[in-house]
Design a protein around this ligand. Structure first.
Ligand code: TGC
Ligand code: FAD
Length: 392
């Protein structure tokens, strides 16, 4: 097992923009990861299982609902803190960040924003403490990029709703206690419903065979005449904009997270290049290797600046969905490219699990697809700047 020697890289002295609280949150997460997660993450990835014993620690470092108000059990932090946490988690593994961002932005966020006070008090403190794990059901077998076409639906039966349909590719589904599920009512309007494990007709089969995001459990949500109590409907917002607004928050977290994966690849490659000798010199002395490393830190630094600014805009409530799309798309693409270059710097050692690079590279293939694919985010930018909708 390799010792986790990671240290942050801050080429443009951005730490000077961080508060003491920001640094404390980041450094606490980093220390917890080095002690508790780095020693076991390769094994978890190989086994294809999320290490559930980490949930308590994730809750303790503020990984569940970092920006949810303290009165609901959240940490009440700002958006930069949230971003820094996601960066540290994905520096370790995208699946670890997924667990945190799904719980925070796709489960706690809609309950906080669109739930009743009773729903908030019932679910949020338990989710924040890691006593409950949640998942988010939007994607269906035949509706991925186009969630508005979903067929999962519910009927008003007087004293309850009757839910039918299926969701696919759902992170944390196999062990989640609750699911925030998006379904159409009899008029075709989309609503969010909280479905609880144990409700009759609700099952969560595990999806197997993934070569990516293996340290995260993915599953289906099957609803076969599930009776959902009326008080489980999130009344605050309906329409496709409701789930999409949750995605804004999660995509923002991914923009930071992807920088973390890129930083880890760069960190490993830089250290390796300085140590590895060929032709009687460290390979870091060869211009071609320096080009790779110099371009990596340049791209990481550009992404850090873009994302920090986006965090400021989110703190002010001024970030647009299109700005978030640009950062998600740019940063994940940047991270995949860096993972590929880093793997080359390590030569044959780049494919061995003694180093994290192949794991990051494989994980990022999911990250570039979920929460809106690379191409969908390009089309969102295209629509924003031209005013023309190229989706359909
Ligand atoms: P369109 O007609 O453009 O919009 C419908 C309504 O939604 C509003 N809207 C938004 N609201 C809030 N935030 C956003 N980002 C929004 N984008 C659009 C829009 O204003 C409109 O409102 P209204 O009041 O006029 O009705 O919708 P469309 O059907 O044309 O689709 C647009 C498109 C393609 C951009 C959207 O469907 C999309 O983003 N598709 C990608 C799907 C996606 O990202 N799925 C993610 C599933 S969850 C997941 O992957 C979790 S992975 C978790 C992990 O493990 O980390
Ligand atoms: P499709 O929509 O079928 O797209 C296939 C290809 O066609 C893509 O390249 C896409 O860019 C392209 N395409 C589609 N439409 C257009 C267009 N109009 N113009 C140009 N190109 C287009 N979903 C959830 O709801 N909850 C989760 O927790 C969740 N977790 C996930 C975890 C993992 C590991 C993965 C891989 C996915 C997860 N997803 C989740 C689903 C994810 O959001 C979808 O996979 C994603 O939105 C893409 O949908 P799709 O796979 O059906 O691809």
């Amino acid at each position: 097992m390799r010792t986790d020697l990671y240290q942050g890289h801050d080429y443009y002295l951005m730490d000077e923009w961080l508060t003491e609280e920001h640094k404390l949150i980041r450094d606490t997460a980093r220390a917890w990861i080095k002690k508790e997660v780095s020693p076991i993450i390769e094994e978890a990835f190989e086994q294809g299982k999320f290490p559930k014993h980490l949930i308590k620690g994730l809750a303790e470092i503020g990984g569940f609902g970092p920006y949810i108000p303290e009165q609901y059990g959240g940490a009440g932090l700002d958006q930069i803190s949230y971003g820094l946490l996601m960066q540290e988690l994905e520096r370790c593994d995208s699946g670890l960040r997924s667990t945190s961002s799904v719980q925070s932005s796709l489960v706690m966020y809609p309950i906080w924003k669109y739930g009743t006070e009773e729903q908030r008090m019932k679910y949020l403190p338990k989710l924040a403490a890691g006593e409950f794990v949640g998942c988010f059901g939007l994607t269906e077998p035949d509706h991925g990029s186009n969630p508005g076409g979903m067929i999962t639906n519910f009927k008003d039966m007087g004293d309850h709703y009757l839910l039918n349909g299926a969701k696919m590719w759902i992170s944390n589904a196999p062990f989640a206690d609750i699911a925030v599920v998006w379904a159409k009512d009899e008029t075709g309007r989309i609503h969010g419903l909280v479905v609880e494990r144990g409700m009759e007709g609700f099952t969560t089969p595990t999806m197997t065979g993934k070569w990516s995001l293996r340290a995260s459990d993915t599953g289906e949500l099957i609803f076969d005449n599930v009776k959902v109590p009326k008080e489980n409907l999130l009344p605050g917002r309906s329409g496709l904009g409701a789930p999409l607004s949750c995605l804004d928050s999660a995509r923002y977290g991914i923009a930071w997270g992807a920088i973390g994966a890129a930083l880890d690849c760069y960190d490993v490659a830089l250290r390796y290049a300085k140590e590895r000798q060929q032709f009687g010199r460290p390979i870091a002395a060869f211009q071609l290797q320096q080009k790779k490393l110099a371009e990596m830190i340049t791209e990481i630094t550009k992404a850090q600046l873009l994302t920090y600014r986006l965090g400021q805009l989110r703190n002010d409530g001024r970030a647009t969905s299109a700005q978030i799309s640009m950062a998600k798309r740019n940063n994940v693409d940047m991270a995949i490219h860096i993972a590929r270059e880093a793997r080359q710097i390590l030569g044959g050692m780049g494919i061995i699990n003694e180093y994290p690079i192949m794991r990051h590279m494989m994980n990022l293939e999911s990250v570039i697809t979920y929460e809106g694919t690379h191409d969908i985010h390009l089309l969102i930018t295209g629509m924003d700047i031209t005013g023309e909708n190229a989706f359909s």
